[in-house]
Design a protein around this ligand. Structure first.
Ligand SMILES: Nc1ncnc2c1ncn2[C@@H]1O[C@H](COP(=O)(O)OP(=O)(O)OP(=O)(O)O)[C@@H](O)[C@H]1O
Ligand SMILES: [Mg+2]
Length: 470
């Protein structure tokens, strides 16, 4: 028997499905709109949500997205009209468990629902077993940790710095300690947090992320701890917070440095006591959650009297990790580049199959203030523009050379023992700048010539030479 929420703006359909499910012994809730359905979900929870895709106001895709975000353990079955298979495909990509094409028979419906309910129960059972093993037997836990192949998600790197990050992930995944991840923007903090969860004994539980920087103070409180009906104006019903949703799993507190003082006190209490009260509530609710926090401020700045409580700092800073910026591990550039090229090739419809060595040389000369995220963006742009099977330096946008020690240090490719073909390097750079100037001038040649300090006739000549079509 499962708790099932039906969302459909078609009354007869909704009532019919409800009846079918009740007859099979399930508990049901029915909502005539996505917004109402989400309210029910927050208030009562659900094992399975069955939603129509085509509805007025909030469509089923949006409902699916919000259910996956707010209640990751709830399965979603979507119903689509005949002839709208692309919508169903999109829904499956977004994490729907299955879909039904209308019209369907009551047997078809029942078979799908029962299968989803069974699969979910099985997962829950494994999760409970896993958890009790973890709590009861440390030795067995160590053993489990070793048998499993390490899983680092999509984290790529072969530098010594990244090797030690991987070793660190292995170690902390086995424990249940609070983890604090430091690192500049784009260094992979979220990726690491997910990897820790995925290789921890809590992997079958939920991974819930809260971006503390994105919410105003009051909202963050109710997002984290939930609220009771009537706790404040607008709180029309009771709502479970992220701590409760993360029960049995991991809660990722992103951008922790931005949390307001009052919320810091509440956080401190949950970290110490492992229990909380919802905003406006009296009931004490125990929570079994592993905390991972992240910030792009270094620890000394957090502690430097910027409004972050010292006691909370030490509660979080139990097992700290600082992710190295990309400029300190330039040897990772080739693996990262190949990884992103194969990951982004399809999305950008790019013909690129390989990467010219010169590309790595150019990428290594840049300082990457936006770290791996910036590299990914630069490569995505390059893939969109490239039209050959090999990604060339000329496909890259202009990257300002890295400044070392504040002075204008190394710029451009360096001459190594292997030597270089100067003409090729210079021509590569020239072509790249020509393309960039055309891009910046929206293809207006006179403007591009001005940007490059060339006479228009000289620009035409060069465009011809490189076969560039403005
Ligand atoms: N080592 C890595 N291997 C592969 N991809 C990476 C790596 N590090 C970061 N990325 C990619 O770079 C992007 C940014 O990573 P992530 O969101 O984890 O960074 P962050 O440290 O949380 O940044 P911010 O502080 O800006 O939120 C993501 O698309 C991620 O997949
Ligand atoms: Mg992040």
């Amino acid at each position: 028997m499962a708790q099932i929420l039906i969302i459909d703006d078609h009354d007869a359909m909704r009532e019919g499905l409800e009846l079918l499910l009740r007859r099979r012994g399930h508990r049901t809730l029915a909502a005539e709109s996505g917004a109402r359905g989400l309210e029910f979900l927050e208030e009562h929870g659900a094992d399975l949500v069955i939603t129509d895709l085509k509805m007025a106001h909030m469509d089923g895709i949006e409902v699916l997205r919000l259910v996956r975000e707010r209640s990751p353990e709830t399965e979603v079955l979507v119903m689509t009209a005949y002839g709208t298979i692309e919508k169903a495909v999109e829904a499956m990509k977004l994490g729907a468990a299955d879909f039904l094409t209308k019209p369907f028979s009551s047997e078809e419906f029942a078979v799908k629902v029962e299968r989803l309910v069974r699969e979910r129960e099985e997962r829950e059972r494994l999760r409970r077993e896993n958890r009790s093993l973890r709590v009861e037997n440390t030795y067995l836990r160590e053993g489990l940790g070793e048998d499993k192949p390490p899983r680092y998600g999509e984290i790529i790197g072969e530098s010594t710095q990244m090797e030690s990050v991987f070793r660190w992930i292995d170690r902390v995944s086995r424990s249940d300690s609070t983890v604090m991840i430091y690192g500049e923007s784009g260094t992979g903090k979220e990726l690491v947090a997910r990897a820790i969860h995925a290789s921890s004994p809590r992997c079958t539980g939920p991974f819930i992320r809260v971006n503390c920087g994105a919410l105003s103070d009051g909202l963050l409180d109710s997002e984290l701890f939930g609220h009771e009906k009537g706790a404040f104006t607008g709180a029309e019903r009771r709502r479970r917070g992220r701590f409760e949703l993360a029960d049995g799993g991991t809660l990722f507190l992103d951008e922790i440095a931005t949390v307001a003082p009052a919320t810091q006190i509440r956080l401190l209490r949950v970290l110490q006591e492992r229990e909380l009260e919802r905003v406006g509530g009296e009931e004490t609710i125990p929570v079994d959650v592993r905390i991972i926090a992240a910030t792009n401020q270094p620890p000394e700045e957090l502690l430097g009297g910027n409004g972050f409580r010292e006691d909370l700092f030490y509660r979080l800073h139990v097992v700290p990790l600082t992710l190295p910026p990309l400029r300190d591990r330039l040897e990772d550039i080739p693996v990262l580049t190949r990884h992103f090229v194969s990951k982004l090739r399809d999305r950008t419809c790019s013909p690129v199959r390989e990467v010219a060595d010169g590309v790595f040389d150019v990428l290594r000369t840049y300082g990457w203030p936006g770290n791996v995220r910036e590299l990914e963006n630069v490569l995505e742009r390059a893939l969109v523009l490239a039209d050959g099977e090999r990604l060339e330096t000329t496909d890259l946008p202009v990257l300002e050379p890295r400044r070392e020690n504040g002075s204008n240090g190394a710029s451009g490719p360096e001459l190594t023992r292997d030597g270089m073909d100067l003409n090729q390097v210079v021509e590569g750079m020239e072509e790249r700048l020509l393309r960039e100037a055309l891009r910046q001038s929206d293809g207006v040649k006179a403007e591009a010539a001005r940007l490059l300090g060339l006479k228009p006739s000289a620009l035409y000549y060069k465009l011809e030479k490189y076969g560039i079509d403005a």
